[in-house]
Ligand binder design. Sequence first.
Ligand SMILES: Cc1ncc(COP(=O)(O)O)c(C=O)c1O
Ligand SMILES: N[C@@H](CCCC[NH3+])C(=O)O
Length: 437
Amino acid sequence: MAKTMENVNCENHFIFADCDTVELAKQFGTPLYVVSEEMIRERCSEIKESFLNKYKNVKAAYASKAFLTMAMCRIIEDEGLGLDVVSGGELYTAIKAGFPTENIMFHGNNKAWEELELAVKSNVGRIIVDNLYELDLLEEIAKQQNRKMKILFRVTPGIKGETHEYIVTGQKDSKFGIPLEQIYEVVRRTMDSESIDLMGFHFHLGSQLFENHIYKAGVEVITKLVKDLKEELGFITRELNAGGGFGIRYTSQDEPKPLHYFTDAIMEAVEKQCCQYNLEMPTIIIEPGRWVVGEAGITLYTVGSIKEIPGIRTYASIDGGLPDNPRPALYKAKYDAVVANKVNEEVSTTVTIAGKCCESGDILIWDLDTPLLTSGDILAVLSTGAYNFSMASNYNKLPKPAVVLINKGHTELIVERESYDHLLDREIIPSYLEKNR
Ligand SMILES: Cc1ncc(COP(=O)(O)O)c(C=O)c1O
Ligand SMILES: N[C@@H](CCCC[NH3+])C(=O)O
């Protein structure tokens, strides 16, 4: 049976974002990350339609850890969204791109002095404080710089999302956030601080989540906390951040829900709880990452060796793998792919797509149904826009792929392919090893 794709041209080539992917592979080489600006902007529009324009007093920030380049910062700024960063490096990227720092939220469970210093100096909009140690550092830095920083505390609500165990974060036994029992102590401490302005609380339950009931449960926990803090300490919460985590489609097995399925549930739950506890509605914030960019990206590879082990399986090796996409090895993540130069050819075989790394676990896709493959074919792996480029490594000294952005059929190189020289850029041979040569 032929795998019929709508996005195919008369040469039987896979078309992504109005571009012939076989031509892209020829022009820019492989492996190649390809990102559609229009698809990212469509997601941003959906955030506005289903959330920002629908409700009063709400904000959205893009979680940049999913995919961050200076060009991406410009798109997000242009769309009027905020930016969530999680390290000095992400913050620096945003600053260099000229992103308005007042719209940046700075996350992280072990922010270093230098990172906090950069955040304070550049007047970041919110710092999401994860623990008491960080609060100490931040108070000292803010005092030194004579600033009053707006913060949220990240709270561990004690709710476990249904996703891979490495990407759940809201359960009690988590390295992220402050346990509920310790919140009173930290809130008390900040209430008369001259350098900290505690605006409210943040929770993030995990990533690639498909059900909204856990968000409702998260809201219930947090609004109860808001009520208790008001009653016991007189503390008024002005902001609640419900994190990101909204799931996307990687394969046909995934049935992602529209954004409003999550955001309506969050808003209904907050409204209901606030009404019940007689609380003012705080500002509600969401911070999706994967949902914004995941389906907007594909990766192109060239097929090299094809190895048939009779009666067992056929391995088709590609020119990338674990270093440009560690997710299958890390989370057993599943991907779908098309043979970009043979889109509508008869599907006649099943192959395992192996990466080129020296690791048995470097398998991108087990058992992919494809037309008969030959070396030189171009494989397009779908939904690689999130946590691929951003998690890429140089394992086996493989240079990182280039990133091409497509807008209305027009291509722009936004990250150059690494060269072998780039790989050695920071290496130094000690002089004593240079002697005797
Ligand atoms: C605090 C925080 N916010 C937002 C996100 C974005 O998650 P996702 O990409 O699943 O939307 C993450 C990552 O899981 C996170 O840790
Ligand atoms: N890197 C993870 C998500 C982690 C999100 C950040 N807490 C993934 O690829 O699914």
